[in-house]
Design a protein around this ligand. Structure first.
Ligand code: NDP
Length: 247
């Protein structure tokens, strides 16, 4: 058991990559808070976690609203006693070329992906500093490293998460709080399922390992970053992309 009795908060944990992270952590002994805008699906995921013999809490939380996030963290502290691990996974896309991208779509993506990540980090930092330990894992994207036509808002938000991660890592290192980012490539989820077949085929051709990744591929790296095995790693970006981006 690599996360025995740890408490992990996974934002956007109801489905997709967040759900895989929540289940992977629970299998390794963690109690899980599934925080999502969609309470009904979050409750379903929480039930699946309880089925693995762990404590689970479903929380309706919109990461864009700082007051709601702070209130959520207080509820977690009341019910679960602590927060050891934060996974900033909640994310959205609203793609369009810059000329056609509405200001509302720019704001929406920056608000969920970047401000939401900041809000959650800000709200957990006090309890983590107090307990002199913590792990913050933020899900970025290879698009934040390499850019992509039609995704100016998404690319900027994910690059922002990477810079935010490095800053948090430097600010909190002396308190034994590690912060790292995971940058997935193309992963099979509802987010990528809606892409046209032709684009998916082109993507696949650009992946050295030849296939799309699974949510579990991302979850396994998060598990490593949440565990004691990664104690000497902070401020890093780990790509999970079948070799698409090589530094
Ligand atoms: P999904 O859309 O499948 O899941 C995202 C979850 O986040 C949903 O449950 C969604 O709820 C929730 N969510 C959306 N907005 C908020 C909010 N404001 N507050 C709280 N929860 C919210 O996405 P994926 O699993 O595919 O992606 C997860 C993360 O991984 C994202 O950050 C994404 O950018 C990143 N990523 C994904 C890749 C991929 O190929 N799939 C590649 C690279 C990065 P609801 O749907 O009900 O609104």
């Amino acid at each position: 058991m690599r996360l025995k009795d740890k408490v992990a908060l996974v934002t956007g944990g109801a489905r997709g990559i967040g759900r895989a992270i929540a289940l992977t952590f629970a299998k390794e002994g963690a109690d899980i808070v599934v925080a999502d805008v969609n309470l009904e699906i979050a409750q379903k995921t929480a039930l699946d976690i309880e089925g693995l013999g762990r404590r689970a809490m479903a929380l309706a939380m919109d990461v864009t609203n700082y007051e709601a996030v702070e209130e959520g963290i207080n509820k977690i502290l009341d019910k679960m006693g602590k927060v050891d691990i934060l996974v900033n996974n909640a994310g959205i896309t609203k793609d369009n070329l810059i000329l056609r991208m509405s200001l509302a779509d720019w704001d929406a993506v920056i608000n969920v992906n970047l401000k939401g990540t900041f809000n959650c980090i800000k709200a957990v930092s006090r309890p983590m500093i107090k307990q002199r330990s913590g792990r913050i894992i933020s899900i970025a994207s290879i698009i934040g490293l390499m850019g992509n036509p039609g995704q100016a808002n998404y690319a900027a938000s994910k690059a922002g998460i990477i810079a935010l991660t490095k800053t948090v890592a430097k600010e909190l290192a002396s308190r034994n709080v590690n912060a790292n980012a995971v940058a997935p490539g193309f992963i099979q989820t509802e987010m990528t399922a809606k892409l046209p077949e032709e684009i998916k085929k082109k993507m696949q051709e650009a992946i050295p390992l030849g296939t799309l990744g699974t949510p579990e591929d991302v979850a396994n790296v998060c598990l490593f970053l949440a565990s004691e095995e990664s104690r000497y790693i902070t401020g890093q970006v780990i790509t999970v992309d079948g070799g698409m981006v090589m530094a």
